[in-house]
Write a protein that binds this ligand. Structure first.
Ligand code: HEC
Length: 137
C-alpha cells in the first residue's frame, strides 16, 4: 500500500462525512468538465479524447489524442501546460492550427445565451481540467 493511500485512508477515517463530500465535489466537477469537453473540444479531439475528431480532419493537423497527456509527460498530468495551451498563452506548434484560443473566443458553446465575449468561468475551466485528468490512460 502506498504512503499516499495510507495518508488518505487515515484522513478519511478521521472525518468520513467530509471525505465523502470532497469526493462528491470532485465527481461533480468531472461531470461538469465532461459537459464542457463535449461542447468545446470533442468535435476535434474525439468523443472521449482519443484525438482526430471529424472537425479536425482535413485541417492539415489532426487534433492530438488527449488521453495520453500524462503518459507523454513522464507520468504526470501536465495541468499547467494544458491550462496555458488552451488559453492561448503557449505558442502552438503550427500557428495556423485550428485549435481555437479559448481566452479569446470563450466557452461559447457552453454559454450559448451569450455573456461577456470570451467568457470562461474559472469553475468551468477547472472542471474541464479535472475531466481531462480523469480520462488519462
Ligand atoms: C477546431 C479544432 C479544435 C478544437 C475545438 C479544440 N482543439 Fe485542441 N488542438 C487542435 C489541434 C489541431 C491541435 C494540435 C495543433 C496545435 O498545436 O495547435 C490541438 C492541440 C491541443 C493540445 C496540445 C496537445 C499536445 O499533446 O501537445 C491540448 C492540450 C488541447 N488541444 C486541448 C483542447 C481542449 C481542452 C479543447 C476544448 C476546450 C480543445 N483542445 C479544442 C484542435 C482543436
Amino acid at each position: 500500500m502506498t504512503f499516499r493511500l495510507l495518508l488518505s485512508l487515515s484522513i478519511c477515517a478521521g472525518g468520513l462525512t467530509a471525505c465523502n463530500e470532497a469526493s462528491d465535489d470532485k465527481s461533480r466537477s468531472v461531470d461538469r468538465g465532461q459537459f464542457v469537453y463535449a461542447k468545446e473540444c470533442a468535435a476535434c479531439h474525439g468523443a472521449v479524447g482519443e484525438g482526430a475528431g471529424s472537425a479536425s480532419l482535413g485541417l492539415g493537423v489532426a487534433a492530438p489524442d488527449l488521453t495520453g497527456l500524462r503518459q507523454r509527460n513522464d507520468g504526470q498530468f501536465p495541468r499547467e501546460f494544458v491550462r496555458r495551451f488552451v488559453m492561448g498563452v503557449l505558442e502552438k506548434d503550427d500557428p495556423d492550427a485550428a485549435m481555437p484560443d479559448f481566452a479569446r473566443v470563450g466557452l461559447r458553446h457552453v454559454y450559448p445565451e451569450g455573456g461577456a465575449d470570451g467568457e470562461v468561468l474559472e469553475t468551468d475551466f477547472e472542471a474541464l481540467l479535472d475531466y481531462l485528468e480523469a480520462i488519462q490512460r
